[in-house]
Design a binder for this molecule. Structure first.
Ligand SMILES: [Zn+2]
Length: 303
């Protein structure tokens, strides 16, 4: 997903509960006006058609936002509210009904793309003409037989990102930029990264060692070469036991596109046995981790 679209999703989350009038807030109007930049969207962007049923940005496959209405001949009643009527518990998202509606096919395709790729989107609720309440983010959980997409609330976890941002900010303030502080803050960030990887992988991805005392969470593309975004991206993380971490971190092993192990010729047969690796090993590589493993293979692996 484009960076600025991710920013727009965070903006939806931030503005949850607010009512936007006309072009205020997150709506750009026309093909030339742009939504202003802010902490979520770093430069102005065109979002000319955000407030409508399904909004799919030009040239993208995904749905970025959805405008729900409760009673509309096209879309039907669709929102299940909580007791206070403040937040939605579920939304039945109907694609446009008319067979001749030429948006129908591309709308359905976009919704399926979000479903298959686990992509959240922003939700607006039309209160009246030019008045929309921001309902935050949702994710499609299923596509029903009658063509309805079932949407549940979703929240982007930004706690780790906030932590790293504050660490980076403090590191740039020269007067407190001592090595001790740098290390302490760095360790705090690393701890959170490690906890997340342990939760996800539960064991060394290569040999299955699962004693938490020994597991090491490393960046596939190392911290010092990574941009801010890559540092906080869990897809750039790998959980390994000490031996396998050392081999990976020093480029003695790497992985092919399909996750098959690559072993450096610099290792002798005895060393391979002692370090617990063999040519038959492989790991699973998620789609979003591909680019990091590719970087490791091209820049780090001691073929
Ligand atoms: Zn291992």
């Amino acid at each position: 997903m484009e960076d600025f679209h991710e920013g727009i999703l965070k903006k939806f989350q931030f503005l949850k509960g607010e009512i936007i009038f006309g072009q205020k807030g997150i709506k750009g109007k026309g093909k030339t006006e742009r939504i202003p930049s802010d902490e979520f969207v770093s430069e102005p962007h065109i979002l000319h058609d955000l407030i409508r049923g399904f909004y799919k940005p030009a040239g993208e496959l995904y749905l970025l936002s959805y405008q729900a209405t409760e009673a509309d001949e096209n879309y039907g009643k669709q929102i299940i509210w909580d007791n206070n009527g403040e937040n939605f518990l579920k939304i039945n998202m109907h694609p446009p009904r008319g067979e001749k509606d030429n948006r129908k096919i591309s709308d359905i395709r976009a919704a399926r793309y979000n479903l298959e790729n686990d992509i959240p989107f922003g939700i607006l609720y039309k209160i009246a003409d030019s008045q929309n309440k921001v309902l935050g983010l949702g994710k499609i959980k299923s596509e029903e037989k009658n063509g309805v997409f079932v949407v549940e609330p979703f929240t982007i976890d930004t706690s780790f990102e906030k932590e790293i941002k504050s660490i980076e900010k403090r590191l740039t303030e020269e007067d407190i930029n001592t090595n001790i502080l740098r290390e302490a803050l760095f360790r705090r960030g690393q701890k959170q990264f490690r906890n997340k990887l342990i939760e996800r992988d539960k064991a060394c991805v290569l040999c299955g060692l699962n004693n938490k005392n020994f597991l090491i969470a490393s960046h596939i593309k190392p911290w010092r070469f990574s941009k801010h975004k890559e540092r906080i991206d869990y897809n750039n993380g790998i959980l390994l036991c000490p031996n396998h971490d050392k081999l990976f971190d020093n480029g003695y092993i790497s992985f092919t596109l399909n996750g098959k192990i690559l072993i450096s010729k610099k290792l002798s047969d005895d060393e391979k046995v002692n370090m617990g690796i063999n040519e038959k090993m492989s790991i699973e590589i998620g789609k979003k981790a591909t680019k990091y493993f590719e970087w490791h293979r091209n820049n780090y692996f001691k073929a």
